[in-house]
Design a protein around this ligand. Structure first.
Ligand SMILES: [Zn+2]
Length: 54
């Protein structure tokens, strides 16, 4: 599993974007998720990935 405390600390960009307004739609909010198996923030409305970390 990748969702450890150390993994979270290692992704300050995701921490910064978690809960931010989506840039691509009016209603969406970015939430922490995985995208193609990588840690990412994804809009909960249009599902556009805001950032991902490899
Ligand atoms: Zn969106």
């Amino acid at each position: 599993m990748q969702l450890t405390d150390a993994d979270t600390v290692g992704h300050p960009v995701l921490d910064a974007l978690d809960g931010a307004d989506c840039s691509f739609c009016e209603e969406g909010v970015l939430v922490r998720d995985s995208y193609h198996g990588n840690a990412a923030v994804i809009c909960d409305d249009c599902h556009t990935p805001g950032a991902q970390v490899w």
